[in-house]
Structure formats: C-alpha cells, structure tokens
Design a protein around this ligand. Structure first.
Ligand code: F6R
Length: 616
C-alpha cells in the first residue's frame, strides 16, 4: 500500500508530484508528503489527512525546484500523523517508501546504539538513517549508499531517495513492491503505477525485483537518463513498453465520483476484455494468453482459484462456469486461508489467481506456494506486469483501464469476463462444449455490454430505492447458484462504502439461521431472475414477506408474482442464464453507491481501506 512518485525534469516538480500522488491516492490516504531539491538543498512538506491537505500545505509554502519525490501513505508502522508521513529525512537524505522492513526492530536498535535519534515511529526512517550513515562513511554516491543500505534490509519495498549533495539524482529501488519508470521528453519519472505517470508519458519501464536505478534529470547538456543495476552491481536493461491507457482514463470525466464513472464504464471494460480473444466462427476462445495448449488443457484435473475480497466473489462465479461449462472440478479459496492451512496442490492443477491489482499479498503468497508445488498458474489481473502475472505461466489481463475508486466495480465484471473466457476455452478443449454451444455462450458474452447499458438507464430508479435504505443498519442479500456470489458482492459493496452492516447469504441457507433476523425493520435484497432456481428463490421471498421483512427484488421484466410481493423491484432484461451475474451485480453496485453518497461518505476513499493490500 502507499504510493510513490518521483520527478526529475525541467518543470516545477512539486505540482507534478502532487498531481501524480492524486492518481495514487487509492493506495493509501492517511497522510502525504513531498520533498523537492531546489538546487541548494532539500525542502520537505508533509500533511496529515488526504492529499488535499498536502496541496494546501504546498500552496502555503511553495517548493522551488525541478527534482523531487512524494508519497501518499496507508499506515502500517506508526499511526497516521505528520511526523510519520513520508518523506523521512536523515542528514542530507530524504526517503519515500512503500512496503515493510521486516528487520526494522533490530536495525532501529543498532542505529539508536550508535546515537541516531528517530523522529517518527516508522520503519521507513531506518532507511533514511542507513543511507545517511553510508554517505557519512564514505560511499561515493547516493547510488552506492542506497545499495549498501538495502543490503542490510529484509522485507518488501519500493523506495525513492534524494541526497542534498546530488541535485540531479533520484535513486530508486524495487523489491517486492511495484515501481515503474516513465520516460518522457526532457523528464524522467518513477511511480508506484503507471496512472501516476500517464500525464507525462506512455513509455514505461517496469522494474524487476532487485533492481536499483539512478535517475538523472536533464542537465544543461544532456537529457535525462536511467541507469539500472542489480543489487550486486550488474548493469541490466529493461525494455520500454508503450502503454495504451490514456491520461483521461484516470480522470473523473464529469462524474461525481470515480466509482460512479467506473460503474458506467463496465460495458467498455467487458467489450475490451473480450476483444480479439474470441473466435465466433468456431465457437472458441484464442487460448494463447491462457498459457495452456489443448493437450495441457485436457490434462488439467482440477482448477483451484485463489483471490481476496471482490475478486474472490468473481472467482466464485467463475467456479460455477468452470464446473457447468468445462466440467472441471473447481475449488475456490481466499488467499489468506491458503496460507493458514496446509493446502494441497498437484502438478495437474490449474491455479487461477484473480487479482485486480496483481499485488495482493495473500494472493501472491498463495500463488508462490502453488507454483512451488508444481501447479500451473494463470493470472487474471488488471495491472500490466504486476507481481502476480510476473510469477504466472499465463496471464489473461482484464482491460478495464485504471480503477481508482477503492470499491471495485468494473474490474469485477472484467474479471467475470476473463473467467468466462477461460471456462469456454477449457470447455472446448476438453470436449465438454461443441462449437455451437461455445458460439452461443460467446454470443451471450458479447451481448452483455448492451444489457448493462440498459440497466444503467435505470440508475435513477435505483437512486430512489437507495433513499429507503439510508437509515438501515443491517441489510441481508440473498441469491442462489451463480447469484450467491453476487449477493456476497452486493453486501460487500454496501458495507465498505456505506458502513452499514450487510450480509450476503445463499438463499437456500436462509432457513438455517438468518431467517431469525427477519422482521419489519430488515431490508432483504433478493436476487431472483427467471432462471433455473427462480421458483425456489420466490419461495424465499414469500418466507420473508410472511415475517414482514421488506423485500427489494431484482427480477426479470414481466415477473407478475414478484410484482405482488416486493416493496421495490429492479427489473432485469431477459438474458441468457450464464450472463445473468454480469447483470445482477450492476444494480447492487449502484445501490451501494447511492446509499453511501446520500450519507455523504467519501465514496472513492472509504475509511480504513486501501485499494492495494500488500500487507498480510
Ligand atoms: C472491494 C475490493 C477488495 C479487493 C481485494 C482484492 O471492493 O476492492 O475487496 O477486491 O482487496 O484485491 P485485488 O483484486 O487487487 O487482489
């Protein structure tokens, strides 16, 4: 968690860094800071709270200079405060850091014994003191001082460091936390992800773990340069990749919140994720990215999906398709649970890691365990070259564009798209689907963007329903089969941004406990499209009504029975059964959004959360 930006160029660095941090605020937002070299020395401004506080502080105390680093924080070591905000300074050195230094206690003790005085509770300040000590002990440059210091450190990090004596230089390093370089004209940048750099360039260099880089800003005679070495001092070349995201993709584009914009971007995200990957003529999926040739696809004995949070809910829908369409036994596990029990993997498992960010610690740890056991790994991620795809044998990227709202929406439906593609691919290779069946499933997928546009047209009606939920302290969500994970997702969306207690339940489980909760004060959202389990779910609605529960139903247009039972109905278009989870989730995203927005919450940055969870 936490976001880093560094800039070395010809323009004033502070506003560029603050602007870049704004794009990274999803990674953490409890404090922020910036350090700029003004040619004579380093000036630092830090502020507690969201980035707005830093912008205001920088406006009051303008920083001159064309080279600098900045940080937005999500507290791990040390509470959110100005003292704990980065950059941390020691002597002539300023450091920003994303990650965790695992041996911080021992290093801190060692430095204190040498007479070092700490001014924060953070593990990051240790790096600043180590680099300062290395420079005082004669290191020839910041580059060498950082290298020597990092050799003493264990843990995961991405860092960027300035030295008052080197006004053109930023030294950055990556080990377990992401770091990207942006190569512009007359400027060079580094950042935790590409969205922070896109306003300046689309030419990116993705650093590898263990890379140490010296960025030099343009001088009077030379342009900017990047020198990359391994920690052992071996020079390495990393390719420059041209990114096809545009800078405006990371802007709100007229919507009040990123979340609302991202909900509306789902038709495009799904269409983009399908694009070029399907072969309608043969009713098949181009499997190259999946990394499994037909022989290997047939040899798979089990699919084992690993994910957290919203991605876990997408994985649960994926299990439904994998079992129904590809007839392959499928297990779905939370990343954190895989590491808490002796999970068993086999060489003929296909492990699918679903992670929007591609960085989630628990998912990453589980993938490492699966890979070590010899399983094949396929990553489904939205972030190019992130840690999980790097480890995997195959990568199927979702093409949702940058997702800034902390509550995931368009990445969820893009993940569903990717999992449906994998299911059809495996179904075709394993003989569970013939060409006609494959074609009809894929045609259904191609129709999803149109169906979602239709649902988005009813957003105002969902807003009206949301008004009736603003005072609810508890909400129950029920769904069956592939709509059970959608009930879980609807509840998660509501709780994370509206802070109301919400629970998702398999409708068939209602009688086994939750029915005790039902009375006139409990809103129950029931997902009940006209599908194979419709009549059973209708039975649940009747049971809720018999106990005076308030029903908000998602039902297929023309459902008279539901019309008579529910207090509110969100109408769903008639659509093929396998695409219904794409459709039922959209009104639930809108419902959560409008409830939270009505309560006046910071929808894009809900309390206590961060978008990328790189800690255990
Ligand atoms: C909820 C949400 C989180 C993430 C979870 C996993 O809206 O976004 O629950 O889904 O932290 O993140 P990724 O997908 O990046 O592994």
């Amino acid at each position: 968690m936490c976001g880093i930006v560094g800039y070395a160029g010809r323009q004033s660095a502070a506003p560029i860094i603050v602007d870049g941090l704004r794009k990274l605020e999803y990674r953490g937002y409890d404090s922020a800071g910036v350090a700029v070299h003004d040619g004579r020395g380093i000036e630092v401004v830090r502020a507690l709270g969201k980035l707005r506080a830093l912008s205001e502080a920088v406006a009051k105390r303008p920083l001159e200079g064309t080279l600098g680093i900045g940080h937005t924080r999500w507290a791990t070591h040390g509470r959110p405060s100005e003292e704990n905000a980065h950059p941390h300074v020691a002597g002539k050195v300023a450091v920003v850091h994303n990650g965790i230094i695992e041996n911080h206690v021992a290093l801190r003790r060692e430095l204190i014994a040498e007479g070092v005085r700490f001014s924060s509770e953070t593990d990051t300040e240790i790096i600043a003191h180590l680099v300062d000590r290395a420079l005082r002990n004669g290191a020839r440059s910041l580059f060498e001082a950082v290298r020597a210091s990092l050799q003493l450190v264990t843990g995961a990090y991405a860092i960027a460091v300035l030295n008052a004596d080197e006004p053109l230089t930023i030294v950055a390093a990556r080990h377990g936390s992401p770091l990207v370089l942006g190569i512009g004209e007359n400027e060079i940048l580094c950042g935790s992800d590409i969205s922070a750099l896109l306003a300046h360039t689309r030419d990116m260099v993705f650093l590898e773990d263990g890379d140490l880089v010296e960025l030099r800003g343009p001088g009077p005679e030379a342009g900017p340069t990047a020198r990359i070495q391994t920690m052992d001092g071996v020079p390495v070349e990393r390719p420059t990749k041209r990114i096809d995201w545009s800078p405006t993709m990371a802007e709100r584009g007229g919507f009040k919140h990123f979340m609302l914009k991202e909900i509306h971007e789902q038709p495009d995200a799904i269409a983009a994720t399908l694009r070029g990957r399907i072969d309608l003529e043969n009713g098949d999926v181009h499997g190259g990215e999946i990394g499994l040739d037909p022989v290997s696809a047939r040899a798979i004995r089990r699919v084992y999906i690993i994910a957290c949070g919203t991605s876990y809910h997408a994985a649960l829908v994926g299990r439904y398709w994998l079992e129904a369409l590809a007839r392959v036994p499928t297990t779905v596990e939370l990343g954190s649970e895989v590491s808490n029990r002796p999970a068993v993997f086999f060489e003929d498992d296909l492990v699918i890691a679903v992670s929007q960010s591609g960085e989630t610690f628990d998912t990453l740890a589980a993938v490492k365990a699966a890979k070590a056991a010899g399983a094949r790994v396929l990553a489904v991620s939205n972030v190019l070259d992130s840690a999980i795809p790097r480890l995997a044998h195959g990568e199927l990227y979702t093409r949702a564009g940058p997702e800034i709202g902390v509550a995931s929406t368009k990445c969820f439906t893009a993940q569903l798209t990717a999992l449906l593609l994998v299911s059809v691919y495996l179904g075709r290779q394993r003989g569970a689907l013939d060409a006609d069946a494959g074609r009809s499933l894929l045609q259904g997928a191609c129709a999803v963007p149109g169906f979602i546009n239709e649902l988005l047209g009813d957003a105002d009606y969902v807003r009206t329903i949301a008004t009736s939920l603003v005072d609810a302290t508890d909400v129950l969500f029920l769904g069956r089969g592939y709509n059970y994970p959608i009930a879980l997702e609807g509840a998660l969306k509501l709780k994370e941004i509206s802070y109301a207690h919400a629970e998702g339940y398999a409708a068939g489980e209602m009688k086994h406990g939750p029915i005790a909760l039902i009375d006139a004060s409990l809103p129950v959202v029931v997902i009940a499209p006209k599908d194979a389990s419709y009549f059973k779910t209708l039975g649940n609605v009747q049971e809720v009504r018999a106990r005076e529960g308030r029903v908000i139903a998602l039902a297929t247009k023309g459902d008279e029975a539901m019309h008579d039972l529910a207090e509110h109905i969100i109408w769903l278009p008639e659509a093929p059964e396998h695409v219904l989870p794409f459709l039922t989730v959209v009104p639930l995203q809108l419902l959560a959004y409008y409830v939270a927005s009505r309560k006046g919450h910071d929808v894009d940055q809900p309390r206590n959360l961060a978008k990328t969870v790189t800690v255990e």
